[in-house]
Design a protein around this ligand. Structure first.
Ligand code: DX5
Ligand code: ZN
Length: 217
């Protein structure tokens, strides 16, 4: 499976987002964390910022909606240029309807699971989903420690769906990525590891290489 690195803009310098994105030329996706101050305690960016970034980047935009009412905003994010729209299983609204709305807007649909949410919550919808996001920290903040016990969940999803994209998000660095890749993840969000690195381009390549090596074992 192709390994994909998704630098998370949450850890970037918001005063210089265009140049921060240029550092991600070697990545496959750009991960955009949207927080509403309700589903999670923080407030981050919304559709207008994604729309502005769309003008300066051709990468696949992976919008991670940590918001209570995803259905209200799906069209805004699709129009802003999101390619993948990921929402939380724990958010409001019928999950099957939200997936359908995302696809009707021409986007790929992904479902995110908080640490306490079991794999079954995604497996119910697996045939409709393009990606499952297994959170490896509690959503809401960057810079937290990777929860290795989430790897059981990654394994359960991989067993049930050998071909689906499985994304992990939170605390991914060149060491923890090995555990996630060995468990079956193939899309890796990395905020602090990339943007706090002295050499983000090198770190992105190191992340991918470590994931590829670990996935083969
Ligand atoms: C957390 C966000 C993550 C965050 C990851 O709620 O969903 O995408 O940016 O940051 P790091 O890689 O620093 O843990
Ligand atoms: Zn995220």
């Amino acid at each position: 499976m192709e390994m994909k690195i998704a630098p998370s803009v949450l850890a970037a310098d918001y005063a210089n987002l265009e140049s921060e994105l240029q550092k991600c030329s070697g990545a496959e996706y750009i991960h955009l964390d949207v927080m509403d101050g309700h589903f999670v305690p923080n407030i981050s960016i919304g559709a207008p910022v994604i729309k502005a970034l769309r003008r300066v980047s051709g990468k696949v935009f992976d919008a991670h909606l940590m918001i209570s009412e995803p259905q209200r905003y799906i069209k805004d994010f699709a129009d802003a240029g999101a390619d993948i729209i990921c929402f939380h299983e724990e958010s409001d609204g019928c999950t099957a309807d939200t997936i359908r709305m995302i696809k009707d807007c021409g986007c790929r649909a992904a479902l995110a699971l908080k640490p306490a949410t079991p794999a079954e919550a995604a497996l119910r919808y697996i045939d409709e989903l393009n990606m499952v996001l297994v959170m490896t920290v509690e959503p809401g903040f960057g810079g937290q420690s990777f929860m290795a016990d989430m790897m059981q969940k990654v394994r359960a999803v991989r067993e049930a769906a050998p071909d689906i994209d499985i994304e992990v998000d939170g605390g991914i660095n060149p060491e923890t990525i090995k555990l996630a890749a060995a468990a079956g993840a193939n899309v890796f969000v990395a905020g602090s590891a990339v943007f706090k690195s002295a050499d983000p381009k090198k770190t992105i390549n190191e992340l991918r290489k470590n994931a590829e090596d670990a996935a083969q074992i």
